[in-house]
Design a protein around this ligand. Structure first.
Ligand SMILES: C[S@@+](CC[C@H](N)C(=O)[O-])C[C@H]1O[C@@H](n2cnc3c(N)ncnc32)[C@H](O)[C@@H]1O
Length: 263
């Protein structure tokens, strides 16, 4: 099927790895539940591709999109599927007319820092039936110290040959289960052990892994959670040095909220 959509959503559609993990997770949910009487919300539906993947399973799909132009395209794209309703509303305040058994809500931004869907999911969850599920179900964040050539905060283009040297063990520092009431502010001290000699630490790399379900995990893809590289004060290091860093940020509030300091 062809989707008419914006250039941004078209780039999302071209990211096959991203599409395939969501496709598999929706199929897996449908294989273990009789969905013929179930309702799905597609929160921040964009092109509507995730509603399209769900169309053969659910009694009803409510696809919510805040951007009116995108919603118009998506309504047109999906008009043949009578169980899908595209609604042009802000999901952070929308009063959903019924409850859902599954919410799909694509969280694309590393560690949720610049992820506008955080408040949208929070509101939609109020309408999730007991035993309802969310895709993705959780994320795991990992941090590593690096020496990097660039001095500004930036995303690593997955597939590009960005040159940076990883200098420490990876530290798994946060796991967020979307069914839980998670705190949107992160503030903690991470402890790293340097594992190379002859380099200067000048950055921290954050990588987010998305658990679509218990069985499906996805690392960064070109459009889903590209690793984030954050500059820190340069420091000469040697093997086995221990470095403590306090990292703070507000999920959903943007990369300008990030603050990293040595402790
Ligand atoms: C990652 S993109 C699209 C994801 C979609 N699954 C796709 O494949 O096209 C997230 C979408 O959420 C929409 N969005 C952001 N905030 C929203 C809100 N508060 N309510 C509804 N939609 C929102 C954006 O306009 C954007 O189209």
């Amino acid at each position: 099927m062809k989707f008419k959509t914006t250039p941004y959503h078209y780039n999302l559609l071209k990211d096959e790895e991203r599409l395939s993990v969501f496709y598999e997770a929706i199929k897996e949910f449908a294989a273990s539940n009789d969905c013929s009487n179930l309702v799905e919300f597609d929160v921040g539906c964009g092109s509507g591709i995730l509603s399209y993947f769900s169309k053969d399973y659910f009694r009803k799909i409510l696809a919510i999109e805040i951007d009116p132009k995108v919603a118009d395209y998506t309504r047109e794209n999906l008009k043949d599927f009578k169980n899908i309703t595209v609604i042009n509303e802000d999901a952070t305040t929308f009063d959903f007319p019924e409850k859902a058994d599954l919410i799909v809500c694509e969280m694309l931004d590393t560690a949720l820092i610049d992820e506008e869907q955080v408040p949208a999911l929070k509101n939609a969850k109020k309408y999730l039936n007991e035993n309802g599920k969310i895709i993705p179900q959780s994320i795991v964040n990992v941090a590593e110290l690096v020496e990097m050539p660039r001095e500004n905060i930036h995303y690593d283009d997955v597939g590009s040959n960005t040159q940076y040297e990883i200098l420490s063990n990876p530290v798994t520092y946060d796991k967020i289960n979307f069914l839980d009431d998670f705190k949107e502010s992160f503030n903690d001290v991470l402890r790293f052990k340097i594992n190379k000699d002859g380099f200067k630490v000048n950055g921290i790399k954050i990588t987010t892994f998305t658990l679509l379900s218990d069985n499906i995990i996805c690392g960064p893809t070109p459009m889903l959670n590209p690793p984030l590289l954050i500059p820190i004060e340069p420091k000469n290091v040697k093997c086995n040095d221990l470095i403590n860093l306090r990292i703070k940020y507000d999920m959903g509030e943007g990369i300008q909220t990030i603050n990293v300091n040595y402790e």
